[in-house]
Design a binder for this molecule. Structure first.
Ligand SMILES: [Zn+2]
Length: 210
């Protein structure tokens, strides 16, 4: 009688030990899967019209911080009329010396002729959109004059690039495409803050391109 009871107790202990081992194994598997999960911007092939010209990794404009999630696209204007995409890319690169003490960059710069330079890989954050740096892709757009209105070529290209990002990362143009202004109240991109109806039609153009 007592021997049977002892054996049963042993069986119970063995069962508990097996359960604990299973729990630890599952937890370990979970941690391993979490640690080895890819970034959303990994293995993404950019469109042909994008020329990759990445900045040097540096604390001021390309910190190399992983972009863990992509929940939106933030549109900016360069704020420096009639400058080229290349000039703005060189400016971001020049910040790497630290002499200016300025943190700034962008994933993409759309030029006046519709050319696109990519300065930061989609797996890393840019310094463009303040608290939304951690979960958005930034596009800076060149403009011919002080109004900040995009040229026809840069407008069309920005629509195309934004629509591509929406498709690639499953974003809703009407919800997830925002202005820098919508993050901090900064007057950026100027023309599309001064003319909210122009911003609405930009979003509608992106939505129909998606
Ligand atoms: Zn901005």
């Amino acid at each position: 009688m007592s021997r049977v009871r002892t054996r049963r107790r042993h069986l119970n202990l063995r069962f508990v030990a097996l359960c604990l081992a299973a729990v630890f194994a599952l937890a370990g598997l979970g941690i391993w899967l979490w640690a080895s999960r890819g970034l959303p911007g990994e293995d993404v092939a950019v469109p042909d019209y994008v020329q990759q010209d990445f900045l040097t990794v540096n604390p001021w404009s390309r910190p190399g911080t992983p972009l863990e999630k992509i929940d939106g696209v933030v549109i900016h204007y360069v704020g420096n009329p009639n400058t080229t995409a290349q000039a703005n890319r060189n400016y971001f690169e020049s910040l790497s010396s630290g002499e200016e003490g300025t943190y700034a960059s962008s994933h993409f710069i759309v030029g006046l002729e519709g050319e696109v330079l990519q300065c930061i890989p989609l797996t890393e954050i840019a310094y463009a959109s303040n608290i939304r740096n951690a979960d958005t892709v930034a596009i800076e757009v060149c403009h011919p004059d002080e109004t900040g209105a995009f040229s026809d070529a840069s407008y069309r290209r920005t629509v195309e690039l934004t629509a591509w990002l929406c498709r690639e990362f499953g974003l809703d143009p009407m919800e997830d495409v925002i202005r820098h202004y919508d993050v901090t109240g900064k007057i950026c991109p100027r023309y599309y803050v001064d003319h909210p109806e122009a911003w609405e039609s930009f979003l509608a153009d992106v939505a129909s391109a998606v």
